[in-house]
Design a binder for this molecule. Structure first.
Ligand SMILES: *Cc1c(COP(=O)(O)O)cnc(C)c1O
Length: 362
């Protein structure tokens, strides 16, 4: 496996040394020692501060997708209605997941280069009356960030639970779970928190906790056991002590820097990335700059290039960016400036290399 000095993959992002060091230390059995429960509670409190919520935050073993499956399974039974609001690959992915679980799914899809329209979402929610609606905050493949202020009110008007995937935004962009009325808020460790892909986090409002209790779903991704476990330490499986030690470290680094400072570091990295792309004549994928996320920038593969050729030329200069998925594969490429990678020098090195590559047309 080759190593690239300039890594701007939109997750997993580079792990800082202080957090990586926690993975080689030995700890006791999380099932038997009270220290683990104290660590869990301290991480939960740190995540709640980061997300601006009074709600409990379940910390599960598994990559970010586990939080998405866990939210659907823990609340919805086959036949229940799910409204999947989408302006991208992850938004539409919720509809596919829901169908696989036997839910009655309505997919409300907007162009991937734009944002969902809250009024259209409201109308559809009032017509369809879903048990849950899913919204994606940062559509990582599209490089967009959807303002969430309207969706809590819409969900309440339609008597639905609001489930938000903020896996690629929380930490790097403002997320206010309580102010925005988010019932289930989903986060993973490998994006803005700059940890390996081994933990995921779900905030649960009182309404969501009641729904989870009524559903009584059991499974590896189940949220129900965390209601008790966070108080008693009786987790449903041997938890990941090293992962939580690294999470505590990541939260310490975050709190030392200060949330406002972290948010502005992301905003500056993103603005630099966009302005340097404009200088090179490379078009952004989102139709308006106001749609762009501070954590990831998506641009169109320039005319005359294939993504494979561009990626190869960049890698020869030590730069690795993100390719894409689904309908965006081969057409849109991405700079993941989140967590440790929200860095002006790193963005500059990537854009310097891109400038050199584009100056020598293939
Ligand atoms: C990264 C990410 C996830 C987790 O999915 P993976 O592709 O498996 O890393 C979920 N939702 C969003 C929006 C993400 O960016």
């Amino acid at each position: 496996m080759e190593r690239y000095p300039v890594g701007l993959v939109p997750g997993p992002v580079r792990v800082p040394e202080a957090a990586a060091a926690r993975y080689v230390e030995d700890y006791g059995s999380p099932d038997l020692e009270g220290d683990f429960l104290s660590l869990y509670r301290s991480c939960e409190a740190g995540l709640a501060r980061l997300l601006h919520t009074e709600n409990p935050v379940a910390i599960q073993c598994g990559e970010g997708m586990l939080a998405l499956w866990g939210a659907l399974n823990s609340v919805l039974a086959p036949g229940d209605r799910l409204l999947a609001v989408s302006s991208g690959v992850f938004g539409s992915g919720f509809a596919e997941m829901g169908r696989a679980l036997g839910l009655e799914v309505r997919l409300l899809e907007f162009p991937f280069s734009r944002l969902p329209d809250p009024e259209e979402v409201r109308q559809e929610a009032l017509r369809f009356r879903p048990r849950m609606m899913t919204v994606v905050h940062c559509e990582t493949p599209s490089g967009t960030l959807t303002p969430l202020e309207d969706y809590g009110r819409i969900a309440r008007e339609a008597e639905a639970l609001l489930c938000v995937d903020f896996v690629a935004s929380a930490g790097g962009a403002p997320v206010r779970v309580d102010d925005w009325g988010i019932d289930l808020g989903l986060l993973g460790s490998q994006k803005c928190l700059s940890l390996p892909p081994d933990l995921c986090f779900t905030s649960l409002s009182p309404r969501a906790r009641e729904a989870v209790r009524l559903r009584g779903y059991q499974g590896y991704d189940a949220l129900a056991p965390f209601e008790e476990a966070r108080l008693t330490g009786a987790f449903p499986y041997t938890h990941h002590w090293r992962g939580l030690a690294a999470l505590r470290q990541a939260l310490d680094l975050y709190e030392e820097e200060g949330q406002e400072a972290v948010w502005s570091r992301h905003a500056r990295a993103a603005a630099r990335c966009r302005s340097r792309l404009a200088d090179l004549g490379v078009a952004l994928f989102p139709e308006e700059e106001a749609f762009c996320s501070p954590t990831v920038t998506a641009a169109r593969v320039p005319e005359g290039w294939t993504w494979e050729a561009l990626d190869g030329a960049l890698r020869r200069r030590g730069v690795v960016l993100g390719g894409n998925y689904g309908p965006l594969a081969g057409k849109v490429f991405r700079f993941g400036h989140m967590g440790t990678q929200a860095s002006l020098p790193l963005v500059d090195r990537a854009l310097d290399a891109l400038g050199e590559v584009l100056a020598k047309r293939p």
